[in-house]
Design a protein around this ligand. Structure first.
Ligand SMILES: Cc1ncc(COP(=O)(O)O)c(C=O)c1O
Length: 457
């Protein structure tokens, strides 16, 4: 008998909803969907049961549909992937044409399509970041960047320059290196013998990381951990921390950039979430006015297909010789076709600017809601079309996971799709609509969120 997970909840009668953008006309979860949920629970690991129990049938633009007539307005983009909107017809057509044309795999053998994409990504990156290595997942891009930074450190100063500095509460993926670089202790207990040369320092968000937001905190933390600058091979940070949609102060990152230059340290920015317009700029690091040495990206690069990339300076990217840094599915032709079409759509539909404009409406709305529920919403972070509302125990800053989960459940029952809370204490509600979201549905979604919060406190 399979262990029943969170998905196997009893259907709950919920009020019917019918608007231009949302439709809820069954109990949630849908009674007819329970066999599918049970099938998944029986055959997938328990770890896969972490999302609201609605069964996606198809998704289009900013909406997700099930088989039973329910329609959700999407505030998840899957997991910050569908930047151009779900199943954009132009991206879908590019993939179909590629399959029909007759090339769906070519490993590292040369291809004109891959040449077009790597050149395009270089053109979209700041000058100096002239090389692109295509991979499949964000975690792989992170592993590759860690390997490159350490290799560069060893090349410059031997085995003493191998330390990788990352940030507390960071998330970089679930593979071994990515998890060691992460800053969430519970996620890496399984490793036991953590690499002593991968260390974390506080992230300067002025909230969970404490009041210190100056770069002096970085220097002090390294000093306290007995690390000298010349021992550091690389510093890596998410451009904003995904768990809380939290940015660092620009002055901090400017000083970090200068410190990395001074000590020959590779600066890696994890743009897996932030890239491709999410924050209202093409790259999230544009908010800081600096350029990293390596960019790790994925998710929104195709708006749906598995593709990731490391983009960086040749002196770092070229450290491994011919044939010694490769991957089976590097630049899969169907994913590359999707990426090229996605980049066209982002540009032609002006989606980065739309994310900026809609982001202003989203954040103004969230600020107002947070003001109304100030005892329960400790902070709202983010920029552009990414935000996180941090739920707290009334009056303090302790995370309130129960409240966060309740708000997500109520929202989903009303036809607003959110993924389950994440971040510190599991109490941050992440908001990440597709970048094609327009004003009317965005305002409607804000109203639903406010209603869900009002019913949950
Ligand atoms: C900031 C960040 N880096 C890396 C990753 C890992 O990406 P993937 O799940 O594609 O391996 C994620 C995934 O959520 C992420 O948010």
């Amino acid at each position: 008998m399979a262990v029943l997970g969170e998905q196997d909840v009893a259907p709950r009668e919920v009020p019917a909803v019918e608007t231009k953008y949302r439709c809820i006309q069954t109990p949630i979860p849908v009674p007819e969907s329970i066999p599918i949920l049970r099938q998944l629970r029986r055959h997938e690991p328990a770890s896969m049961s972490g999302q609201p129990p609605i069964v996606w049938d198809r998704a289009e633009d900013c909406q997700v549909f099930d088989l039973w007539g329910n329609v959700w307005l999407d505030w998840s983009s899957g997991v910050l992937v569908a930047n151009a909107g779900h199943n954009h017809p132009r991206i879908a057509r590019a993939m179909i044409e590629q399959i029909e044309y007759g090339l769906t795999h070519n490993y590292c053998f040369p291809s004109a399509l891959r040449a077009r994409l790597v050149e395009r990504l270089v053109q979209l990156s700041p000058p100096g970041l002239d090389k692109v290595f295509l991979l499949t997942t964000g975690s792989e891009a992170i592993e590759c960047a860690l390997k490159l930074a350490r290799t560069r450190g060893r090349k410059l100063r031997g085995d003493d320059k191998i330390t990788i500095v990352t940030f507390e509460r960071a998330f970089h993926g679930r593979t071994l290196g990515a998890q060691m670089a992460g800053g969430i202790p519970e996620l890496k207990q399984w490793i036991v013998n953590l690499d002593p040369n991968m260390v974390q320092v506080p992230f300067p968000d002025g909230f969970r990381g404490g009041p210190e937001t100056s770069f002096d905190g970085f220097l002090r933390s390294l000093d306290q951990q007995g690390i000298r600058p010349e021992q550091v091979a690389g510093v890596m940070s998410e451009t904003y921390q995904g768990g809380g949609a939290s940015f660092a102060p620009p002055e901090y990152i400017e000083r970090l950039r200068a410190w990395c230059d001074e000590h020959a340290v590779v600066l890696i920015l994890d743009e897996v979430q932030a890239g491709f317009g999410r924050t209202g700029r093409f790259w999230g690091f544009e908010h800081y006015g600096i350029v990293p040495d390596l960019i790790c990206c994925g998710k929104g690069i195709t708006s749906g297909m598995p593709l990731a990339a490391v983009i960086g300076r040749p002196e770092v990217m070229d450290l491994f010789g011919s044939g010694s840094m490769t991957s089976t599915h590097t630049g899969n032709p169907v994913c590359v076709a999707a990426a090229l079409a996605n980049l066209d759509v982002l540009a032609e539909e002006d989606l980065v600017e739309n994310a900026r404009e809609m982001g202003e409406i989203l954040h103004a709305g969230l600020r107002r809601i947070a003001g109304r529920f100030s005892r329960h919403v400790g902070a709202v972070h983010g920029r552009g079309l990414v935000a996180a509302a941090h739920m707290v125990v009334p009056g303090g800053t302790e995370p309130n996971a129960d409240l966060a989960r309740q708000v997500v459940t109520r929202s989903v029952e009303k036809g607003l799709l959110l993924f389950n809370p994440i971040g510190y204490g599991g109490a941050s509600i992440k908001i990440a609509p597709p970048l094609c979201m327009t004003e009317e549905p965005l305002r409607e979604a804000l109203g639903v969120f406010e209603e869900a919060l009002g019913e949950s406190v």
